[in-house]
Design a protein around this ligand. Sequence first.
Ligand SMILES: Cc1cc2nc3c(=O)[nH]c(=O)nc-3n(C[C@H](O)[C@H](O)[C@H](O)COP(=O)(O)OP(=O)(O)OC[C@H]3O[C@@H](n4cnc5c(N)ncnc54)[C@H](O)[C@@H]3O)c2cc1C
Length: 352
Amino acid sequence: MNSDFSGLGPIDLGDAPTPDGPDRSGPVSEQGPGARIHAKVIIVGSGPAGLTAAIYASRAGLEPIVIGGYVPGGQLMITTEVENYPGFPEGIQGPELMELFRRQAARFGTTFADADVERVDLSARPFRLWAAGAEYTADAVIVATGASALWLDLENETRLRGRGVSACATCDGFFFRGKEVVVVGGGDTAIEEATFLTRFATKVTIVHRRDQLRASRIMQQRALANPRIGFRWNKQVVDVLGDDVVTGVRLRDTVTGEETDEPTDGLFLAIGYRPNTDAFRDWLEVDEKGYLVVHDETGSRIEGVFIAGDVHDHRYRQAVTAAGDGCRAAIDAERWLEAQGIPETTAAATAR
Ligand SMILES: Cc1cc2nc3c(=O)[nH]c(=O)nc-3n(C[C@H](O)[C@H](O)[C@H](O)COP(=O)(O)OP(=O)(O)OC[C@H]3O[C@@H](n4cnc5c(N)ncnc54)[C@H](O)[C@@H]3O)c2cc1C
């Protein structure tokens, strides 16, 4: 995530979006109130899954439209250094990586609409989607809307994201070698993240607002037996301390209301993710955590609607796995369209 996590020195990138804002380059789809636009493939979401799907679909001649969200680029827009995406031995800034994805998709004929899909009608083909007042129709849809990490919504937490505040231990734990960190949460994810962080940090303190964990018994036992993991029970983080980097957290006792400051080098939020499924949840199956359910590899319960990335994957949650998923969904969509007798086109997004 943030190269400066390693030395916790000065950094040159602010928190999200980037100082210049998200990359909005590339051909823009005809859009705006009243517009009616058709594409063989519409991809909803412009994170690693959506843009990889766009690269594959556009190279297959399908001239897809990416309706990529009002703030395009996905979760990597709120991070700095990405060190585990293959092909970048020196690491790459998250927003820069997403800009490269977008340029690559644009190169092969993808067009973009930086808007949120507000609602869809998947009852018949072509499928219908509405975004920013425009109506889109598509023969196939790839849903790659990702998931949003839940934050505490504290001002200093937002300010210090990428400067000691993270929501991804797999991504950022490496930067905390020899340091002390706090993990917020009490479920399985919090214990998993805390246990993983003990590979790097000398001390991991789990802050939980209750006096017992929600995590499964086996996970609890593992955490309680780990000498590097400590607990602050009945506490909630009410502020994050530090000017340029995190130096501590302010805790409030949920029983007595007393406030204390806890020095730490990092704060990891493990209070859950919210999959971005609002526009689709009436049509597609969701599991008990609200993630979309895939059928037959990347399919959904509606033929012609495919799913990719973190919107269904709560196990791996990595850019490379999301990108791999986007590739799979695009190949599946392409083969499905071909089977329907809708081959690749030479006419781009023809208005109907
Ligand atoms: C702080 C942080 C640091 C991370 N660091 C790393 C790292 O170093 N390495 C790594 O591999 N992974 C990292 N990750 C995880 C990685 O970012 C995700 O796994 C990956 O971005 C998932 O890609 P995705 O395309 O499935 O979804 P996302 O990246 O979440 O993208 C979803 C897209 O869908 C759009 N969208 C949502 N709703 C709608 C809608 N209704 N209409 C239109 N568009 C919509 C959003 O605007 C966004 O463009 C990090 C995550 C976080 C939060």
